[in-house]
Design a binder for this molecule. Structure first.
Ligand SMILES: [Zn+2]
Length: 362
């Protein structure tokens, strides 16, 4: 953050041209579409209506919903609310990866017991670390930002497993806990479709086709990636998210529901419940955000090198613009919550790379 000129409204870096007002150059403050996206207010009535619909669909079945649980902050709070507040009969599906810290695994086990819910543990494909390491090695040679996203390809297989589990148990709804404040502008994998309904079937057809075309371009530019092209294809088209064309056509009777698209996301309430549940912050974490994955430190470092800002800067900017925190609070937190060096080294070690393969530079 030291020598960076940042927007005077949020905390994203801006081009330092002398005659302009800072926020005019800001990719968030200057984008009405993004501001609209993060400014959607929680809607409790709509949330309750959706919960009732999930309950109705689950009637006559052993469970109401499958909950996508990473063991991290947001999905743990969501699971608690669904079980305790809304009394849904949940099956929690915990997707474990080679980058899931042991503290998270332990928390998942003890919290599932406390909440008395059925827990199903799934794992990402066995070559997850190998692919992540391969992409990182390529990244250190080429610095192509998309390689950092491809390194995470194996995690997308969790989407497929969630629907598969729901299907097996005759569950009619899969619930996800992503929140809109995590939206990251200009990430290398983002495909912008300016539209009212980003996830309509039609828009997802366009999105999936755009990703295919982009994929061909990447393979042409970096033929070495052909080695894992089937994994990359599945991850970035078939299982890219819960709205993909493939998952819709393959599981037409299963609905998907994004809890935080209607529920309030409030950090203080979330932290209070995590404390009550005995959720442990993994070693080396300086924030609860993305505590469930050590690879986050690699991703964050690479994006900072590429774009000049971190995920935390993007998220705090979103929180400022939606009125959740003040700019000075965000600045104070960014001082303390930088990229964790121990986590970065741990992730590189897991990928089979030297500890200094990707370095933290300010
Ligand atoms: Zn700004």
């Amino acid at each position: 953050m030291t020598n960076q000129k940042i927007c005077n409204t949020c905390v994203l870096p801006v081009d330092a041209s002398p005659n302009s007002i800072d926020s005019e150059n800001c990719r968030l403050c200057n984008s009405p579409d993004l501001l609209k996206h993060i400014n959607i207010k929680p809607d409790n009535d709509k949330l309750l209506q959706m919960i009732e619909q999930i309950r109705r669909k689950g009637k006559d079945q052993p469970y109401d919903c499958v909950v996508a649980w990473s063991g991290g902050r947001d999905s743990t709070f969501m699971l608690h609310q669904l079980v305790v507040k809304h009394n849904l009969r949940c099956v929690a599906v915990f997707g474990r990866t080679p980058f899931t810290p042991i503290e998270i695994v332990n928390s998942v086990h003890s919290i599932a017991e406390k909440l008395k819910i059925r827990l199903i543990e799934i794992e990402t494909p066995s070559n997850h670390k190998e692919i992540a390491g391969y992409c990182l090695k390529e990244y250190t040679k080429t610095h192509l930002p998309i390689l950092i996203n491809l390194a995470c390809a194996s995690c997308k297989f969790v989407n497929k497993s969630l629907f598969k589990q729901a299907d097996k148990l005759s569950v009619k709804t899969v619930i996800y806990g992503g929140n809109r404040y995590e939206y990251f502008p200009s990430g290398p994998a983002s495909i912008d479709i300016n539209s009212e309904n980003r996830y309509s079937f039609f828009n997802m057809v366009r999105d999936n086709i755009a990703r295919l075309i982009k994929g061909f371009g990447i393979i042409v530019a970096s033929p070495a990636l052909l080695k894992y092209c089937l994994t990359f294809f599945k991850a970035s088209v078939l299982y890219i998210n819960q709205y993909s064309v493939y998952l819709r056509l393959r599981y037409p009777n299963i609905d998907r529901f994004d809890y935080y698209h209607h529920a309030d996301w409030d950090e203080n309430s979330i932290h209070a419940i995590l404390k009550e549940l005995g959720w442990q912050l993994p070693a080396g974490c300086n924030s609860t955000w993305r505590a469930d994955c050590v690879f986050e430190a690699v991703k964050n470092t690479a994006f900072k090198q590429q774009l000049g800002f971190t995920y935390a800067q993007a998220m705090y900017s979103n929180l400022i613009r939606s009125g959740k925190i003040t700019r000075s609070e965000a600045l104070a937190r960014l001082e303390k919550e930088g990229i964790s060096e121990p986590r970065l080294k741990e992730a590189l070690r897991l990928c089979g790379l030297p500890e200094n393969a990707i370095e933290l530079k300010d």
